[in-house]
Design a protein around this ligand. Structure first.
Ligand code: AMP
Length: 290
């Protein structure tokens, strides 16, 4: 049987920084995959892509408290570090960086990264402060690992756009790569938070993506107005996700995240829905250019 290489588990700030900077100095290309752990096929797809495109792959595993609001699921967030380490090893990851909160945030830590404007849209409205926490921790991870590439999932479209903007604005020498959403066989976007769904809600959850696909087909049929498209999708959700509650459903510009009244060129239809204990997000790219 082929032996999997050993993944190094590093929790110390100095050690990860020394290792990654040394790799860079030796001429190796380094990829970073930031995660909050509880790995699933979506995480693994990012690691595998990184494995295929760089010499060294670092995965960070950190449930970042600063991106959770009061009353959100920080304490309940699913964790299984041993299983994660085994899966990272299987995926060919070189280093798993798993710091504790005290190591990541020095006492009296008071410096924040805010990506103004973009952080107020979509999820930013119902999760104030969330993207400030995300941008800050990603900036810290970029400084610690100095990656040539950083790999993110398109499932969290707003996060990807914000991290890209931050890397550009702050001149990080890091290319931010977005990878496709991995889905269950029934179309539900794979997510660590899907464990919150009871069987009844799990049965309704795939309709979130079906509604987005419905929108794409309506556009193919010639619909262009955002309010008309969204009304049809809302109607579908009302019938197929009766236990859910919409947080938002918006047709936005893919880079600026501004709402579009009328579809032109490229857009993203993004949705957030509360279903039982879970808050699910998903999106679909809609293009008139294809
Ligand atoms: P998380 O651990 O949920 O913070 O996610 C870590 C990374 O995995 C982020 O870049 C996510 O966008 C990405 N990710 C989460 N779910 C998926 C998925 N279903 N497909 C692809 N990437 C994903």
């Amino acid at each position: 049987m082929e032996q999997c290489p050993v993944v190094q588990i590093i929790s110390d700030i100095e050690s990860i920084q020394t290792k990654c900077w040394a790799w860079r100095a030796q001429g190796a290309t380094v990829a970073l995959v930031p995660t909050m752990g509880y790995f699933h096929a979506g995480h693994i797809s990012l690691m595998s892509w990184a494995r295929d495109h760089t010499d060294k792959v670092v995965v960070s595993l950190f449930v970042n408290p600063t991106q959770f609001g009061p009353g959100e699921d920080l304490e309940a967030y699913p964790r299984d570090p041993e299983r994660d380490a085994a899966m990272a090893r299987e995926a060919g990851v070189d280093a798993l960086f798993a710091p504790d909160t005290g190591a990541m945030y020095a006492p009296e830590s008071s410096t924040w990264v805010g990506v103004e404007g973009l952080d107020q849209r979509l999820c930013g409205r119902s999760r104030p402060g969330h993207f400030r926490g995300v941008a800050t921790v990603v900036a810290k991870l970029f400084n610690l690992t100095a990656p040539h590439l950083a790999v993110f999932g398109r499932k969290d479209w707003q996060q990807l756009v914000i991290v890209r903007r931050m890397a550009r604005d702050l001149n990080f020498p890091t290319q931010v790569v977005g990878r496709p959403t991995v889905r269950e066989h029934d179309g539900l976007a794979v997510s660590s938070r899907n464990v919150y769904l009871d069987p009844h809600h799990r049965a309704q959850a795939p309709n979130l993506y079906r509604g987005l696909q419905l929108a794409a087909s309506l556009v193919e049929e010639g619909l262009r107005r955002s309010d008309e498209i969204r009304a049809r999708v809302r109607d579908f959700y009302g019938r197929t996700i009766p236990d859910g509650e919409e947080d938002y459903l918006e047709l936005v510009h893919p880079g600026r995240l501004e709402p579009m009244e009328e579809l032109e060129g490229e857009a993203v239809l993004a949705v957030a829905y509360r279903l039982g204990k879970a808050r699910l997000i998903d999106n679909i790219r809609i293009s008139l250019d294809d």
